[in-house]
Design a protein around this ligand. Structure first.
Ligand SMILES: [Zn+2]
Length: 376
């Protein structure tokens, strides 16, 4: 096994406007914690420094006009008419270096895709990636360039079968849209239901693909307050049978840390045990894996969870005594561990969630599983 960690110290230099929740320090914090816990020191592990994607590479998905405007936005000056491209809104503000930051993020994911395509690595992790809301000619939901679509397009032009599994709290709407009519890419997204969370209009269980793509898009909308038990029950029921039937050549996984109960941007009640157990299943069915960070709005959660994920990708168990003191400070409430403590959710809430999750899973079994002839 050969693994690769994509990291650039340049990410942390960018400055989105004050008050914007996007944490540019995500890669740096994850890299530092991995380093401190000796999780980058083995001879099968390589660290790669990414370069910004070339504008031309971005045009395999985005329109010329949109990329032209995003490049202009790099100066930090916005024109009112750009609002129709989603640029200059509160969620996707224009700021100095906005193009450079997102071109570097796309470059990281493309480098990861390349390492896999050229058989230089089996598992690659790029913490600054997973911008699943960016459309071909618009920015949305903190996302400006859709690095996931760019990577998948690179692989399918090489005739690979790609499985996209998105565990971010928000529906991966624009990845779904890009591959809605093809059977070469299977898109599976677990996320908080659009009734209570952005992007609101998509990600329902009845969106299953169209034409040749029918049965190759799978959405598992989770009700607010979903906790580990209900998530892992649904994940086991849905993910493994589909992945085993699809037989991907390569898997791209989006590990959003915004699903955690302590994240302010969703209403889910998961601990990072859900993400890591799901990742263990993903690894079982991935001949090659590209893992991306995506959302997450508490830096400590991001670093702990993605460090834990990196350890699992490498079959390593971080030594807890090493994580007692990190950089001279204790984590959060004094809990000195990468793993979240078990999180309590009252029984009446769990029962309500359980019945909704069962309904969604059965709906998918009655639609997608039937189309693909998979036994429930
Ligand atoms: Zn998210």
């Amino acid at each position: 096994m050969r693994t690769a960690f994509i990291y650039s110290k340049d990410f942390a230099k960018f400055k989105p406007p004050k008050g914007h929740p996007w944490l540019v320090e995500r890669s740096h914090a994850t890299y530092q914690l991995c380093k401190r816990l000796h999780l980058l020191e083995h001879d099968w592990i390589h660290t790669y420094v990414p370069k910004p994607a070339e504008a031309e590479e971005l045009l395999t998905f985005h329109t010329k006009e949109y990329i032209r405007l995003l490049k202009k936005a790099n100066k930090g000056i916005c024109e009112e008419e750009w609002l129709r491209y989603g640029l200059g809104t509160t969620e996707c503000p224009v700021y100095k270096g906005v193009y450079d930051y997102h071109a570097l993020a796309a470059g990281s994911t493309l480098l990861a895709a390349e390492l896999i395509e050229r058989d230089k690595a089996d598992i690659v992790f790029s913490p600054t990636g997973g911008f699943h809301h960016a459309g071909e000619d618009f920015a949305s939901g903190f996302c400006y360039i859709n690095d996931i679509v760019l990577a998948v397009k690179k692989w399918i032009s090489g005739k690979r079968r790609v499985l996209y599994i998105d565990l971010d709290a928000h529906h991966g709407d624009q990845v779904q849209e890009a591959f809605y009519s093809t059977s070469r890419v299977m898109c599976i997204s677990f996320h908080e239901c659009g009734k209570t969370l952005f992007p609101f209009k998509t990600g329902f269980e009845n969106e299953i693909g169209r034409g040749r793509g029918k049965g190759y898009t799978i959405n598992v909308p989770l009700p607010e307050n979903t906790s580990d038990d209900e998530f892992l029950w649904a994940f086991d029921k849905i993910f493994l049978p589909l992945a085993q039937a699809f037989k991907p050549d390569v898997v791209i996984a989006v590990l959003g840390a915004d699903v955690l109960f302590s994240d302010p941007f969703s209403h889910l009640q998961l601990t990072n045990s859900s993400l890591t157990k799901a990742l263990e299943s993903i690894l079982q069915v991935s001949p090659k894996l590209l893992a991306l960070g995506s959302g997450g709005y508490v830096l400590e959660n991001i670093a702990r969870t993605w460090t834990l994920a990196w350890a699992i990708m490498n079959g390593l168990e971080p030594r807890e005594e090493d994580s007692v003191v990190f950089g001279g400070m204790f984590w959060g409430d004094g809990l000195a561990s990468l793993k979240d403590r078990p999180h309590f959710v009252p029984d009446d809430i769990k029962e309500k969630v359980k019945s909704e999750v069962h309904r969604v899973v059965h709906a998918i079994e009655n639609s997608v599983f039937r189309i693909l002839k998979i036994k429930a």
